[in-house]
Each structure stands twice: as structure tokens, then as C-alpha cells.
Write a protein that binds this ligand. Structure first.
Ligand code: DX5
Ligand code: ZN
Length: 215
């Protein structure tokens, strides 16, 4: 059974309390929170201030996906805001190992996010130090894009790398996850499904979450 992590990027921000209540009632496991800086990605979303509000609105895991440059400058702020898991992009971190150590020393779980063009082999040396890989199945920056099919191969490859070494690293898939492709993604070896549009644009988000959870 996969961990379901709705991406609040697709929520109705004029009704955030209702959206949080809905997720709290649902079988969703995590809140996936997308931070964009307009530099690493061509869009700007929200930062620690809003995450502190989400933290107050739920006891579920707050999974914060940083799509920002220089994430090391902000890790402490996100810890204070209430992040449980902090993911940084490999493409934004020339000193990735240092960033991971910092995140862990602050008491958070550490994730590494990789863009569609980044080979999973580039995670080889950091894999033993992290809790999660966030494999992007769309180009980061926007919700509502289509799943890039090649991601399925990357999931299988990464699953093999993790299992060969007996590691506990979780594989999270982020972008374009639907009720139709979720099974293929899980079968390929994913542990966590992020879903924004599929959940929040659904006529019955709680039922959609239950469907994803039951796969
Ligand atoms: C994209 C974000 C995703 C996004 C997913 O940059 O990292 O988390 O919200 O949205 P959907 O599920 O609509 O593709
Ligand atoms: Zn994300």
C-alpha cells in the first residue's frame, strides 16, 4: 500500500482550512508542500509562513519539497515552520552531502529530488545518507502536467539500486499521478504517490484518495 501525499499546490487557497479538514478526514498520509522560488523553477508558490499554518492545521507528516536555490540558507526556517521531511534538488546543490547533513542535524528526514533529465545513477553516492528520493515525473514548477512515461524505467532502476544494497530509502513520485497510472507506478517500485490535480480537481477528493490508497 502506497503512502498518499496530496500536493496542496492544487488546493483552493481561499478555502485552505476546509481543504486541510478534508485531508485530515481522508486516508491521505502526508501533506506535500511545494516551495518554489522563481529562480530554480519558473514559478513562485509559498514559503515557511504558509507551512507554519499547515503545521497547525494537521498532525499528518509535512513533506516539504524545496524547488529553490541555496536551500541550505533556509533549512532552519523550514524546520521551525514544522517540516518533517525536507527535500532539496540535486540540480540546485553543489554541496549536496552538506545539505543532507544539515537537514538531518536539524532533526528532519532528508530527501533528494531529481528532475526528469537527471539520471538515477547520480544518486549512487548519496543514497546511503538519505531517507527518500523524490523522482520528478514532470518538469518541476507547475501542477497539472502529464506524467513522463520514461519515469517508469527510472523507478525500476532506482528500486534495484536501493534493494541491492538493502537500504530503506523511499521512492516518491511527483507529477502527473492519476488514478489510471498509479498502479503502474506502484508496480514499478514506488512507495509514495504525490498527487495534486488528481485529488483537488476531483468531484470527490476523499473518494479519490481512498482509490489511490487501495491500489
Ligand atoms: C511540481 C510539484 C508537484 C505538483 C504535482 O513542481 O512538485 O508536487 O504539485 O501536481 P500534479 O499532481 O497536478 O501534477
Ligand atoms: Zn512536489
Amino acid at each position: 500500500m502506497a503512502i498518499i501525499a496530496p500536493s496542496l499546490l492544487a488546493a483552493n487557497f481561499l478555502q485552505l482550512q476546509d481543504e486541510c479538514n478534508m485531508l485530515n478526514k481522508s486516508e491521505a498520509d502526508w501533506f506535500h508542500l511545494d516551495v518554489m522560488d522563481g529562480r530554480f523553477v519558473p514559478n513562485i508558490s509559498f514559503g515557511p509562513m504558509l507551512i507554519a499554518f499547515f503545521r497547525k492545521a494537521t498532525t499528518k507528516v509535512c513533506d516539504v519539497h524545496l524547488m529553490i536555490e541555496d536551500p541550505g540558507n533556509y533549512a532552519e526556517l523550514f524546520k521551525k515552520a514544522g517540516a518533517d521531511i525536507l527535500s532539496v534538488h540535486i540540480e540546485a546543490c553543489p554541496h549536496l552531502h552538506r545539505n543532507i547533513q544539515q537537514i538531518k542535524s536539524l532533526g528532519m528526514k532528508a530527501g533528494v529530488a531529481v528532475n526528469p533529465h537527471t539520471p538515477v545513477e547520480s544518486l549512487k553516492d548519496i543514497l546511503g545518507d538519505i531517507d527518500m528520493v523524490c523522482l520528478m515525473s514532470v518538469n518541476p514548477g507547475f501542477g497539472g502536467q502529464s506524467f513522463i512515461p520514461y519515469t517508469l524505467q527510472k523507478i525500476k532502476q532506482l528500486r534495484a539500486m536501493i534493494d541491492e544494497r538493502g537500504l530503506e530509502v523511499k521512492i516518491e513520485i511527483d507529477g502527473g499521478v492519476t488514478e489510471e497510472n498509479a498502479k503502474q507506478i506502484i508496480d514499478a517500485g514506488a512507495d509514495i504517490l504525490v498527487a495534486g490535480s488528481t485529488i483537488f480537481k476531483s468531484a470527490d477528493p476523499i473518494a479519490t484518495i481512498a482509490t489511490l490508497k487501495a491500489i
